[in-house]
Design a protein around this ligand. Sequence first.
Ligand code: ZN
Length: 242
Amino acid sequence: MEDGKVASPPGAEGGEEEDDFGYRLFPDRKKEPQSFLVRSLFTFHNRCQVMLRMTLETNPYAQLLIAAMKQSGCTVFNDRHFSCENCDGCVSGGFDSATSQIVLCQNNIRHQSHMNRVVAHELIHAFDHCRAHVDWFKNVKHLACSEIRAANLSGDCTLMNEIARFKFGLKGHHQTCVRDRAIRSILAVRKVSRETAEKAVDEVFDACFNDLEPFGRIPHSKTDAKRAYKDFLNRDRYTANL
Ligand SMILES: [Zn+2]
């Protein structure tokens, strides 16, 4: 597997800077019984679960996505749909469509802000899986579309965007970041050429970049996400009262 190539070394994160292009849709999950080493990593597991709970209780990106999934008939249960596991290489997380589970790589997620972004990113894949008949394996355009949406809406590009604005005032940086991340994510989970990944992303880019469901806007910050969550709840209330 090419895990090591696409993500930062686990020890490299200096807080916010860590590069987590290694989001994988279908991580290679270990099927063997837990070894002594794995059991001794209990503290990783514990820390992962505490951070996950914090994300689910307080992060507006996650709260909105979970509310939207519930509305679409896909209720998310914390114990059933999230799994803290050790992952090979430097992968941060993944969505396992076979079990509808979000895998969180407890050995590589060390900060709450990182957990927030991984959970939001993977929940967007779960949301797409719930609302659409996504052909994750055979249709690379479907995968490309979900990766574009995940990069656009999860906050993955927010920090880089801020840095770019501060340093260069680059216009269109957000789009460039989303395109780049989507391509890298595809290359991390599929054995396709860079040209194939780029072609798939470019073909669906406009349609999928402009599909802002369930946020209704690009949430550039937690404040944006909070507003989107409020609007979503009100939209819900409004239709309920009709
Ligand atoms: Zn992804």
